[in-house]
Design a protein around this ligand. Structure first.
Ligand code: SF4
Ligand code: SF4
Length: 337
């Protein structure tokens, strides 16, 4: 007897105030790309602005059917911040052909979706389009920076009984998105699987520091002075990996690890407010020589004491290699005799 194929889990994806980078990142889902990863889980797009063939009137008719409830939405994925300006009208972003602001469409469609997923930190918290110098009056779906609220409001729940699920990041790891959608489809993502900012714990309970290839340099506080150096990027080059939620240093991304592995300091892109650091992105602000952004869970006095001890015990190999772009002092071989 032939088994009946269950109906697909339908995802509707809209792009609000966004650079499109979250879609670009999602396309790199491994091992075979986003479409394949979703198809394996029987997840399909009702529409996606970059991936679907339909445009114009076809899309508007689809959105109207979703809004009326005639077409069910399992997950509404929003990429980009919600632009509510000028003066709360939302007219900075009109959905082409509809005459209606994107903010209005998102609010309407969210009422009919089983789940709502913010794809990226802009959709989650406002992020780059909400930075203070940008006049867009941007916000996230359920947060404005660190403050609960956003477009949908504090305490808002989707029909499926969850708040907005924040797959944060700039851009988020494609695996975070695919696994979130897969878990929602399977009924395996519940309220207590989300952290205090609505991020799925399966990735947000880790830190970007975990598994960083520079961990040995961190342990001995052997710091890089330039981005090409092998040393830890925390002391001088702005790395916030010890504060940033994410498993991005041990979950492969395009075959490699994450930002610090490439010489680019972690900027804590999964957290609200990352877009406005104290000082420049790739510099470490300090007071009296001590970085002001210390690792989470570590009191300042401990950090200072541990740093002094570590530096006094740094092996020559680690100290020298930290300021080079390749290993100049290899590990000593122990004699087997
Ligand atoms: S570069 Fe950043 S993430 Fe890597 S070990 Fe240093 S502090 Fe941790
Ligand atoms: S390493 Fe840091 S900046 Fe890079 S993706 Fe992870 S959390 Fe974001």
């Amino acid at each position: 007897m032939q088994r009946e194929t269950p109906p697909p889990f339908h995802v509707l994806w809209l792009q609000a105030g966004s650079c499109g980078g979250c879609t670009m990142s999602a396309l790199g889902a491994e091992p075979a790309g986003l479409s394949d990863a979703l198809a394996r889980a029987n997840i399909s797009f009702l529409w996606h602005p970059s991936l679907a063939e339909e445009g114009g009137g076809d899309v508007l008719r689809l959105l109207e059917r979703c809004r009326s409830g005639a077409q069910a939405i399992d997950a509404l994925c929003i990429e980009g911040a919600i632009l509510t300006g000028p003066n709360g009208t939302g007219k900075f972003q009109i959905l082409a052909g509809s005459g209606r602001p994107m903010a209005w469409w998102v609010g309407e469609l969210a009422r009919h979706a089983r789940f709502v997923v913010a794809v990226g930190s802009c959709a989650a918290y406002g992020a780059i389009p909400a930075a203070q110098t940008v006049p867009t009056e941007a916000c996230g779906l359920q947060y404005c920076g660190e403050d609960p609220g956003g477009l949908l409001g504090d305490g808002w729940m989707s029909a499926g009984g969850l708040p907005v699920i924040n797959v944060a990041g700039c851009a988020p790891h494609p695996g975070w998105l695919v696994e979130t959608l897969t878990a929602l489809k399977a009924g395996e993502l519940r309220a207590n699987d989300l952290d205090s900012y609505g991020r799925p714990r399966f990735w947000a309970n880790h830190l970007a520091h975990h598994g960083c290839a520079r961990n040995e340099y961190y342990e001995f506080k052997a710091s890089a002075a330039a981005h090409s150096h092998l040393g830890c990027l925390m002391e001088n080059l702005g790395c916030k990996g010890t504060q940033a939620p994410g498993d991005c240093s041990f979950r492969l991304w395009n075959g490699g690890r994450s930002c610090p592995d490439t010489g680019y300091a972690c900027i804590n892109c999964t957290s609200p407010g990352f877009e406005e650091p104290v000082g420049a992105f790739l510099e470490t602000p300090k007071i009296a020589g001590i970085p002001i952004g210390l690792p989470v869970d570590m009191p300042k006095a401990w950090f200072v004491a541990l740093s002094a001890l570590s530096k006094s015990a740094t092996p020559e190999r680690v100290r020298k290699n930290a300021r080079e772009d390749h290993v100049v002092v290899p590990p000593r071989r122990r004699s087997s005799s």
